[in-house]
Design a protein around this ligand. Structure first.
Ligand SMILES: C[S@@+](CC[C@H](N)C(=O)[O-])C[C@H]1O[C@@H](n2cnc3c(N)ncnc32)[C@H](O)[C@@H]1O
Ligand SMILES: [Zn+2]
Length: 261
């Protein structure tokens, strides 16, 4: 089966047979173990520090995958009920056989951690952190999703995916850790098929008080690069999203876009 993932050497689509990913022209497809593929751009240095490979990543991953705790923490810290975020993830995974969802950054596999009963197509999860990807691989195994979930190390700003190859892109809590939002949005637009959709959430700096102040402090104290709600709308338009809806609840912006049909 041809996948949307591409070979960095020849650009052709990688094939998947019996859970083995290969290039039709024989180029090697490196792996990180546990059926996590390494599709980081070979000519780009990976970040010196894998932030989500530190206890910060463990704390985030444990929190976001303990849904009761996450709802309480997000209510206090960002003024939003993230039950809505989990519902949006479920909506994004609802697919028919043959359809493809790209989850970037997939992190520890939050979107499919509860089993993804409506995922009938293929989910491709991309993240820069090998540690987070191994957490995602653990959840994939625990939920017996090996046939439906492909995991690869890659860069959201230079995706290892073919143009117009994906039905839905999920981007949850990713754009506030990716400084170059414009390039990431352009990449999402590039890999989506005409009429494909983007669903996600992002922390913004221009939410209501006191949450905007909390996000401002987090920005100063950490690696967060929150988005700006107005700016995101214009980036979406430039990236080719002809429909764009966004709704701010506290400091978390819920968005959904559709690429020009
Ligand atoms: C806050 S987590 C979100 C993960 C998941 N979507 C969730 O909601 O649980 C952010 C993730 O973004 C990843 N990340 C940061 N910059 C990235 C980039 N340029 N390309 C791919 N992943 C990136 C980090 O490694 C981390 O796993
Ligand atoms: Zn190749």
């Amino acid at each position: 089966m041809a996948t949307p993932l591409t070979c960095w050497t020849c650009g052709d689509r990688l094939r998947l047979l019996a859970r083995v990913l290969s290039c039709p022209n024989g180029h090697p497809v490196p792996g990180l173990g546990d059926e996590v593929h390494d599709l980081w751009p070979p000519d780009r240095e990976p970040p010196r520090v894998d932030t989500y490979g530190t206890p910060i990543g463990w704390a985030y991953d444990t929190g976001v995958n303990t849904r009761g705790l996450a709802r309480l923490a997000a209510r206090l810290e960002w003024g939003t009920d993230v039950a809505r975020m989990y519902r949006l993830m479920d909506e994004g995974l609802r697919t028919e056989p043959g359809q493809v969802v790209l989850d970037v950054p997939v992190g520890g596999g939050t979107s499919f951690a509860e089993g993804a009963p409506d995922l009938r197509g293929l989910l491709v999860g991309v993240d820069l952190s090998p540690v987070m990807l191994h957490r995602a691989a653990g959840r994939r195994r625990a939920r017996s999703l090996e046939e439906r979930v492909l995991l690869a190390r890659g860069d959201a700003t230079r995706l290892p995916l073919a143009t117009s190859s994906v039905d839905t892109v999920l981007c949850f809590n990713g754009l506030h850790v990716i400084p170059d939002k414009e390039t990431a949005m352009t990449e999402f637009g590039r890999v989506l098929k005409p009429g494909g959709r983007l669903l996600g959430t992002v922390l913004v700096e221009d939410g209501p008080a006191p949450f905007s102040a909390i996000v401002g402090l987090e920005r100063l104290a950490s690696f967060f690069v929150p988005a700006n709600a107005r700016e995101l709308r214009s980036l979406a338009k430039s990236a080719g999203f002809s429909r764009w809806d966004q709704d701010l609840e506290g400091a978390l912006l819920y968005f959904r876009g559709e690429i020009r049909p």
